[in-house]
Design a binder for this molecule. Sequence first.
Ligand SMILES: NC(=O)c1ccc[n+]([C@@H]2O[C@H](COP(=O)([O-])OP(=O)(O)OC[C@H]3O[C@@H](n4cnc5c(N)ncnc54)[C@H](O)[C@@H]3O)[C@@H](O)[C@H]2O)c1
Ligand SMILES: N[C@@H](CCC=O)C(=O)O
Length: 522
Amino acid sequence: MSFRLTYATMFNPPEAMHQRFDEAMARVSAGLGQCHELFIDGEDCEAADYARRSSPIDSELVLGDFALATAEDVDTAMAAASAAFPAWRALPVAERARLVRKVGDLMEERVYDLAAALTLEVGKNRMEALGEAQETVDFFHHYADDYEQHAGYENALPNDPLEGMVSRNRSVMRPHGVWVVIAPFNFPLALAGGPVAAALVTGNTVVCKAASDTPWSGRLLADCIRDAGLPAGVFNYVSGSGRDVGDALVRHPLTAGITFTGSVGVGMQLLQKMATGPWPRPCIAEMGGKNPCIVTEHADLERAAAGIVRSAFGMGGQKCSALSRLYVHESVASELIERVQEKIAAIRIGDARERENWLGPVVNTGAYDHYAQYIALLKAGGAKLVSGGSQLREGDLARGYYVEPVLAEAPLSHPLWKQEMFLPIVMLHRYRDRTEAMRLANDTDMGLTAGFYGSADEVAWFQEHIEAGVTYANRPQGATTGAWPGYQPFGGWKGSGSTGKAIASFYYLQQYLREQSRTVVE
Ligand SMILES: NC(=O)c1ccc[n+]([C@@H]2O[C@H](COP(=O)([O-])OP(=O)(O)OC[C@H]3O[C@@H](n4cnc5c(N)ncnc54)[C@H](O)[C@@H]3O)[C@@H](O)[C@H]2O)c1
Ligand SMILES: N[C@@H](CCC=O)C(=O)O
């Protein structure tokens, strides 16, 4: 079987992938320092102001100057998207699907260059970066295929049971209009690209905003969409802060719907704003996680340790799916801790461009400072740091935001059990009986992912009782991380998601559409 890259397979890639990534990194690095514009109505648009951005790998490594949109730019982009809507929605299903699929094809040709940019901009290691670039490709293909296979979700219904007249009935699904996509920093390509693909294929036009830390990835997405030949105005890209540009998009009168991916705090505000106004507008909010893992006395501890380390510390814990709470049966806790410690000791931390470094920097100085604050809070609250706890400042590392992975055994009263930290910090509790472990695992306002290691007999109990949208049992590839379009639908329960329908699931695309019942009497 030939190698297929997913987050589950990325640990043993063929040698050629490394070679091609190194070549792409050299190519992309040679082009650093350029000016990156907004993309509105099919054109590059100069901005009134630009932000110079550096890599979290090394603050002296300048990535380029990135446009900061104004409220006026938002207006122009919204007007362009609105003007393009009637013609775009009128295209036949197959034609829109063809164009969306073509964006995916183009991205696939550029997958190594896109990954190199992701490593430079976010600081993720090469396999995480290649994974994200390929995941974005798969979103475009997946949604194009899904929409086409369902023939745009149009269905004929029985004629009314009338005598003397024929009354024909259909259910059709129609797009809403201009769909706003607001992306997070941690998967700036995939979590912009996925919702953009869904909105476009269903016939909406799009204005997309990247996070302040990651404007480059969004602009690279815009380049692929432009080069695939989508009509002007169908896709528009603006970069800038959430407070200014994001808020202007949310409040804009032409905004027909939103897909937001980010923190619970911002997501809840957006949901409220979208519920007010002349009518409620749809808001798909994919939000934070505080993801637990339960390890029972029957678990395969080697599998558990591998999955725990990958999910707690991969990408520096900066995944919504990251493992942050670990509940281990007291009879196996010491042995599991030992195995986790061994694996932490083997982690190479450093410049994410280098093949041997599995753990790169955290994203910015804010995250770096938060790390020190959380460590102080853990210690002050009686937690024992079993591993890690220091920022790394030796040599070249001092120019980036490098921190040690942390395993902290913490009293259950510690407030950090409840707060998403978004850093490589996992808290541990030894439990006596599994009912207590399940109660603790569910004792959070969030419910995104959850992991379990135990006997085959216990898996059904875990699945039945855990309050999470994405679950994994006995998975060494990741206790709580690593969903892939087409394999694991990805969405949160409770405060982690507003819809109960997962990304790339059977029910996802319909959320970008509104139903119209059509009765015609002949
Ligand atoms: N559930 C998921 O699928 C998923 C996936 C990735 C990340 N996340 C979550 O995202 C968070 C990390 O990403 P982040 O730090 O970029 O999140 P964030 O909430 O700070 O920002 C997300 C996006 O919202 C914008 N924004 C901020 N304030 C805004 C406002 N008032 N109005 C409109 N837009 C605004 C930001 O500029 C950014 O583009 C974590 O909580 C993580 O769990 C969730
Ligand atoms: N889809 C990714 C997480 C995305 C959120 O940050 C995973 O499943 O690990």
